[in-house]
Design a protein around this ligand. Structure first.
Ligand code: TRP
Ligand code: ZN
Length: 884
């Protein structure tokens, strides 16, 4: 039996390091059989530590060849090795420690440390991958200046990259090349990177605000050279934007991006050598959807922004991960909002937060934005740390206002440049620059769970007052039963017959300065409080949580009529969308009850009319209309149902019924818009085109579902399209609303056309994994045998297995348990080769407590995994915590 909590790390146990590493010199001898890494660490005993500390370096899967101190070889008696450390006694106050180790990157399937992707060598060191390269103090508060020598076969690896500046490159007699890189900025080991391969690049330049010229390069395999322009363009726009919006300039003369096919996540912000998953950098109309283009722009920006929020100022320890991730997600979201439609971007982000992050907060893996313990840090790159962390930064922005927030950000960067700091330091800088008191606000970092905001209202016609009674509570989460009240900024307005009403709170002077007095941010910071508005001439409809001003569940009992009013007339775009979602949710829930009671299904005409009105209004942004006409997703509905109450089949049937009714009731309008939204010009990933395609393809899906006659439209679209967005949309419509006879031939033809574009094949796998027909399990098992499937490639696994488990609810949750079994079989296999991916795939199973009639099946599959002896810490942590 294992311990209850093997190897858990606690925030409260943090200790400053006993040694510092001023300089780090690395030498890599890259080979096909073995790679020899020699490190020279310039150690210095920390002035803060008393006594004679032992030096304990981390290292995993390393073969130690030699250790010396100040060039004197150490006898074996002078050090001890364990499975994951090297301990040296009697290390002088100041010395150079040299370690020579052997590693085998070609056998490294975890994609952490140094590994091979196709013929290329590359690294991934965050969070704790550097210890798979050499023995080191592998913790982010050890910041060191790196000098790196790489030696490799000159023909196979003409490109040899690391961080910083290239100082030297020479051909050696042996047919090998040697290069020398130096990064002047001290950095933690997790930001180290190395790339060696037969790559080509596109190049551009950027002149910084203070006039420095930066060379920008994107390195890819030669076949992908034509797919880099969008990423380059996004990079330049990010650089300019960060100067203008945050006053942050780039700080070196070279910025490299490398695309790698085998990668555990999206991308990595290594200093001046960002490494990207090919799926997050390559773009071409034939391989990248509209959404994909926007994703590339956002991720390029995200990694670039880390140069300040993460690299120049980094994290003291991994509990502070949200310090860099939450802040950087906030920054990239602001960037995307400025590049496109702010409201649509906000809707997309809230959708993700409310489905994935709220579910995390309500599940067994719930943790605060700043967690207090972990077994495997790789399991904590979560929606909570990233997306909820960004919401917390956004709330600070809301509370302080844009100017004070910017002042806080400036102070943070100035005060902590070159340091490894904490979330507390960030909040302090915000307080010091603004004078605000964020004491109670800090609970957002320490308390897990999604707060519930209950709102009730009353109107006093005689007194012309309108009262909002607001209460907050937060459900218990693992290890936290009682919660203290949060500070919740509640942005709001009041909607009257002729538009949004002017707002005046009782006891407050009307402010003649503010032109816009129809919008207000109420500060909710107690379990219950009251807000009384005066001079309210009519009973209003409250427009609440505008812009989703806080990551909470809002509980206000809206009538359907009120939702229709907000949906069509409120000033706030987010509230218009959210009201449409709330209305659709009410209607789907009602249909679910009708189905359960075996009554005839009646879809409330109010919804149908409201939708038709939106669709008919050509003055509206089609992207916004598409968002508003998209029904809430099945997983969001399951999440809303709550623990022990989600009935997947009923949700699926009701969802389908409402979707079909919408198609049937709006057919002529859908046909008309399908026609007029056709993009007449060549494909470009521009706002107006993207918006038109989004709404047009939504129309197609409603049409095809209402009447299979319209599948011919999908066939025609598939043949005529000049881009993958329209092709995949058509293929999906055929597969989801047609029979296998309708889609099997086009599906095969699509593969045939795009078989040599890996990223297209991945999307082809994903479409098939999501088809909700009865054959899905069999199909997924067969696709796993397809010659283009590869369990070692995370993109393929996510496309096929991740999509199946996350986006095919009726099949994943099959009553016979086959869906769960399929997932667990794969996780068991990946557990050994790539634990990080294995653990990540388990997420949908951890929600077992939600599902009516399935919980036992799901739990027993988790128990089947738990019973295995060979579990990686990654999988072990997820499985055991889910079963607690
Ligand atoms: N820091 C990366 C980001 O920008 C994410 C990351 C963490 C990562 N660990 C990784 C990326 C492992 C790839 C592989 O969010
Ligand atoms: Zn990041």
């Amino acid at each position: 039996m294992r311990d209850a909590n093997p190897g858990a790390v606690y925030l409260k146990d943090y200790c400053a390091p006993a040694f510092l590493i001023n300089r780090t010199e690395l030498h890599f001898d890259l080979g096909e059989e073995e790679t020899i890494v020699t490190s020279r660490l310039y150690l210095l005993r920390s002035p803060e530590i008393a006594g004679e500390p032992v030096l304990s370096l981390q290292g995993q899967e390393l073969e130690l060849l030699e250790v010396s101190i100040d060039n004197e070889l150490l006898p074996a008696s002078a050090y001890r090795q364990t499975e994951d450390s090297l301990v040296v006694d009697g290390v002088p106050e100041q010395c150079v420690l040299t370690c020579k180790t052997r590693i085998r990157p070609q056998d490294n399937t975890s994609l952490e440390g140094l590994y091979k992707s196709h013929s290329m060598f590359c690294t991934q060191c965050e969070a704790e991958g550097f210890r798979k390269i050499t023995y080191y103090l592998d913790r982010p508060d050890i910041m060191s200046v790196f000098t790196v020598t790489i030696e490799a076969d000159a023909k196979r690896y003409p490109v040899l990259l690391s961080n910083g500046n290239l100082l030297e490159s020479k051909l050696l007699e042996s047919g090998r090349r040697q290069v020398l890189w130096h990064d002047p900025f001290p950095k933690p080991a997790y930001l180290f990177a190395l790339v060696a391969g037969d790559l080509e690049y596109i190049e551009d330049t950027f002149e910084t605000a203070s006039g420095n010229n930066v060379t920008l390069r994107i390195y890819v395999e030669p076949k992908d050279l034509g797919k880099c322009d969008h990423a380059m363009d996004s990079l330049k726009r990010s650089m300019r934007w960060d100067e203008e919006t945050f006053g942050r300039e780039y700080d070196l003369e070279l910025f490299n991006v490398v695309a790698v096919d085998d990668f555990n996540m999206g991308a990595m912000e290594n200093k001046s050598l960002n490494i990207f998953n090919t799926s997050c950098v390559l773009c071409h109309p034939d391989i990248t959807t509209d959404q994909g283009y926007q994703r590339v722009e956002a991720i390029v920006a995200h990694e670039y922004f880390h140069n300040w929020s993460g690299n120049r100022v980094t994290c003291r320890d991994w509990f502070q991960l949200s310090l860099k991730e939450g802040f950087t997600v906030f920054r990239d979201a602001e960037f995307s909002s400025d590049m496109g439609s702010r409201t649509v971007k906000r809707i997309e982000d809230v959708n993700l937060l409310r489905t994935a992050q709220f579910a995390e907060d309500a599940g067994p893996m719930a943790h605060p934005v700043r967690p207090e313990s972990y077994i495997e840090i790789n399991n904590f790159y979560t929606r909570t740390v990233y997306e909820k962390g960004a919401e917390v930064v956004r709330m600070i922005h809301t509370l302080l206002g844009p100017e004070a927030f910017r002042a806080g950000s400036d102070l943070y960067f100035e005060r902590h440049d070159g340091q490894a700091v904490t979330v507390e330091d960030f909040v302090c800088a915000m307080e010091d620059a603004s004078g605000a008191d964020l004491q109670q606000f800090r609970r957002w970092y320490s308390q897990a769970g999604t707060p519930h905001l209950g709102v009730r209202d009353s109107y006093d016609e005689a007194a012309q007052t309108y009262t909002l009674e607001v209460s907050q509570s937060c459900p218990p989460t693992p290890g936290q039963t009682e919660k203290e009240p949060f500070v919740i900024p509640l942005a709001m307005g009041l909607l009257g017959e002729a538009g949004n009403l002017p707002l005046r709170l009782q006891g407050e002077e009307a402010d003649p300065e503010t032109a816009d007095n129809t919008h207000m941010v109420l500060i909710v910071d107690q379990p219950a409080q009251q807000f009384v508005f005066e001079g309210v001439a009519e009973r209003p409809v409250p427009s609440l949580l505008r812009g989703f001003s806080a990551p909470v569940r809002l509980g206000y009992d809206y009538s359907r009529e009120a939702l229709c009013q907000l949906m069509s007339r409120d000033d706030d775009g987010f509230v218009r969308w959210d009201s449409a979602q709330a209305l659709a949710t009410q209607v789907i829930t009602q249909v679910q009850q009708q189905l359960a009671a075996r009554q005839t299904v009646v879809v409330d005409p109010l919804l149908l009319q409201a939708c038709a009105q939106l669709l008919a209004d050509e003055s509206l942004d089609p992207a916004m209309v598409a968002e508003m006409l998209t029904l809430p997703g099945e997983s969001y509905l399951a999440e809303l149902a709550g623990e022990g109450a989600a009935d997947v089949d009923a949700i699926h049937s009701a969802h389908l019924a409402v979707h079909r009714a919408m198609g049937e009731s709006m057919t002529p309008l859908l046909l008309a818009r399908y026609k007029d939204l056709a993009v007449g010009e060549n494909y470009a990933p521009r706002g107006e085109q993207i918006a038109a395609r989004a709404l047009r393809n939504l129309c197609l899906s409603y049409l095809a579902h209402a009447d299979s006659q319209h599948l011919t439209l999908a066939r025609a679209q598939l043949d005529a399209a000049d881009n993958i967005t329209d092709r995949l949309a058509a293929l999906r419509v055929l597969a989801f609303y047609g029979d296998e006879a309708d889609w099997s031939e086009p599906m095969a033809a699509f593969y045939h056309d795009w078989a040599d574009e890996t990223l297209v094949v991945n999307q082809w796998l994903a479409v098939q994994a999501a088809i909700p027909d009865a054959n899905a399990i069999q199909r997924v098992r067969e696709l796993m045998q397809h010659k283009d499937f590869d369990l070692r490639n995370p993109n393929k696994v996510r496309s096929l297995v991740g999509t199946f488990a996350g986006r095919n609810p009726v099949n994943f949750h099959r009553a016979d348990g086959q869906g769960y079994r399929l997932l667990v079989d794969i996780v068991a296999e990946l557990n050994a080769s790539n634990p990080q991916i294995a653990a990540g795939l388990l997420t949908p199973l951890t929600r077992w407590r939600y599902y009516v009639g399935r919980a036992d099946l799901m739990r027993s599959e988790l128990e089947r995994l738990a019973a295995r002896e060979d579990l990686s810490p990654d999988v072990y942590e997820v499985v055991t915590k889910s079963l607690q």
